[in-house]
Design a protein around this ligand. Structure first.
Ligand code: ACO
Length: 382
């Protein structure tokens, strides 16, 4: 029996703090007029001191589980697409797994910059289709404000923070993620890069002084690349799913720049109102932008049951990708309050269990250190 991967839950989380173009104009030589004209961005969200990539991811994931009415213990796999992980390791996905109480789930981070969510969606749907897993959480989460050089007007105007999540579930009913495409061209890696902090350039006084832990971008190069690949990737996944562009109800593109999206619409010969755009309020949230836009499309009634949609992204790597999805899961009636209470209890218990496990580890460590060395393993006495 053939298996399909359906999107059954979606959720988003953005910080409360709004940063307008006027505020950025106080930091660098720019203006609201220039930013709006060249990018379409009006404002973005900026994480507060207590907000991190993991905390936003957890909030978005909980919202998605709510829509799917799925208990966290039933999740098999958690993929967090991010370029701004909580740490180099452990993976942010493991922190999310612990916080959700998803104790049967594997978890890993995926780095494909702004294409990360499409990469995660493709991995998740293939894992479901081949029968390895049944329930997967795919999250795109970013705190790009932490890796932006706030003195570089070429980049600091573009980025924002946020998270979006999808729940994917297996079903024998045809539909869900019908095709996907992933591509990379590493020869363009230096066009969009955080040079330091990895094994090539570990942190030193000089790397910090020279702002090498912040995003550096050749804007024009990325712009040219994006306009080249978006239309062709969208066309290919639609064809691969056995459809034509006329069958597509909505395109949800990566939200980097309104002009890039308009150019893709022209290349595809599709009206601009078939493209979901919300970058004016969030800027470029990298791996989070597509799921955030999808959530808002549902909320605004622009994404309806049985719609055929294309998700398409591009970003650092260089990477790009697209997916054709049949959004065919009927919108659920109200989730039972009992299920909601049960999930909240699982989240509270997850906190307690995590603290207990850390405590047990500390005790085990202390016991192990104080255990006397057996006679035969002791060094010979002189
Ligand atoms: N405010 C005012 N002037 C500016 C600003 C600014 N913020 N930034 C640049 N300028 C100036 C430049 O200095 C230049 O002046 P000059 O002609 O005197 O030299 C002029 O404006 C034009 O600069 P360009 O770089 O040619 O501006 P462009 O129209 O290309 O817009 C932008 C720049 C918005 C960055 C555009 O190139 C772009 O959007 N590129 C794609 C970026 C992108 O999508 N990145 C995300 C990828 S996803 C990921 O993986 C993270």
């Amino acid at each position: 029996m053939e298996r399909y991967a359906h999107i059954t839950g979606w959720g988003m989380a953005v910080p409360e703090r709004v940063m307008t173009n006027e505020e950025i104009a106080k930091l660098v030589d720019t203006s609201d007029g220039w930013i709006q004209e060249r990018t379409g961005i009006r404002e973005r969200r900026i994480a507060g001191p207590k907000e991190t990539t993991a905390s936003l991811a957890i909030e978005a994931a909980q919202a998605a589980l709510e829509v799917a009415d799925l208990s966290p213990e039933l999740i098999d796999l958690i993929i967090v697409a991010t370029s701004t992980p909580e740490h180099l390791f452990p993976a942010t996905a493991s922190l999310v797994q612990d916080a959700l109480g998803a104790d049967r789930a594997g978890a890993f981070d995926l780095l494909a910059a702004c294409s990360g969510f499409i990469y995660g969606l493709s991995m998740a749907s293939h894992s479901i289709q081949c029968g390895a897993v049944n329930n997967v959480l795919v999250i795109g989460s970013e705190t790009l404000s932490r890796v932006v050089n706030w003195q570089d007007r070429g980049t600091c105007i573009l980025f924002g923070d946020g998270a979006g999540a999808f729940v994917l579930q297996s079903s024998e009913m045809p539909g869900g993620v019908m095709s996907s495409l992933l591509r990379s061209d590493g020869s363009g890696g230096s066009s969009l890069i955080i040079p330091a902090g990895g094994s090539r350039l570990p942190a030193t006084f000089e790397t910090v002084r020279d702002n090498q832990h912040a995003i550096q971008m050749d804007g024009k190069e990325v712009y040219r690349f994006a306009t080249r690949v978006m239309a062709s990737a969208a066309r290919e996944v639609v064809q691969c799913a056995g459809l034509t562009l006329n069958d597509i109800n909505l395109v949800i593109p990566h939200q980097a720049n309104r002009r890039i999206i308009e150019s893709a619409a022209r290349s595809l010969n599709m009206p601009e109102d078939k493209f979901m755009i919300n970058l004016e309020r969030y800027g470029n949230t990298s791996a989070a932008s597509i799921p955030i836009a999808a959530c808002e499309a549902v909320a605004q009634g622009r994404l309806r049951p049985n719609d055929n949609i294309v998700l398409v992204g591009f970003g650092g790597g260089l990477t790009w990708g697209a997916a054709m999805v049949k959004w065919d899961v009927p919108f659920r009636p109200e989730v039972s309050p009992w299920h909601r209470i049960r999930r909240q209890t699982v989240y509270q218990l997850a906190k307690v269990r995590s603290a207990l496990k850390r405590g047990v580890r500390r005790v085990e460590g202390a016991l192990y250190r104080t255990r006397p060395i057996p006679e035969e393993k002791q060094p010979p006495k002189k």
